[in-house]
Design a protein around this ligand. Structure first.
Ligand SMILES: [Zn+2]
Length: 175
């Protein structure tokens, strides 16, 4: 990128700066990407490669590592990432569309079973998209989830290693 999208001014590359990826609706900080700042108007841009893979990885991390009940913005992120309408997710989870909306706007906590079901469905959908078997240890997620989680909140930032999404997938071979 050599010209500013807003004013056409010249841009400067910034390396090794964490980038708050607010556009995805979650408290994600990305590392290892290039950013650009306009010398004229001060606008800053990030260059995010492999966006689809990034979103898949974020979703997987939410499903695998967030111990608290899924939060409203996390539920929305998982649903959108599976390209489902509220109505469709509701159908999959056996609840009404208005229940899904209430989870997503924070008026109601997701239930324990639906939390686990949504995580399972998400991981299944990722494996379908990638045409890969789900990796070993996936069911351990459920072993480690607390049983009653009404009051537990997740720490805000979701962090992960850039290598998880910036490197191409290793070829998997069966021996
Ligand atoms: Zn500019």
């Amino acid at each position: 990128m050599d010209k500013c999208y807003s004013c056409g001014g010249s841009v400067r590359v910034i390396k090794d700066q964490p980038y708050e990826y607010k556009e995805c609706g979650l408290p994600i900080v990305l590392r290892g990407i290039l950013q650009y700042t306009c010398e004229d108007c001060g606008e800053t841009y990030a260059s995010i490669p492999a966006m689809e893979k990034l979103h898949r990885v974020i979703g997987e991390i939410i499903c695998r590592e967030r111990k608290a009940l899924l939060q409203p913005d996390e539920i929305k992120f998982l649903r959108k990432n599976m390209q489902l309408k509220s109505k469709e997710l509701a159908q999959w989870l056996g609840v009404t569309p208005s229940t899904v909306s209430r989870w997503e706007n924070g008026k109601k906590d997701i239930g324990e079973s639906q939390d686990r079901l949504l995580r399972s469905i998400y991981l299944l959908s990722v494996s379908e998209k990638d045409h890969k078997a789900i990796s070993d240890g996936t069911t351990n997620i459920f072993k480690e989830l607390p049983q009653k989680r009404k009051k537990i909140k997740s720490p805000r930032e979701i962090s992960f290693n850039p290598q998880e999404w910036l490197l191409p997938d290793r070829d998997c071979c069966l021996t």
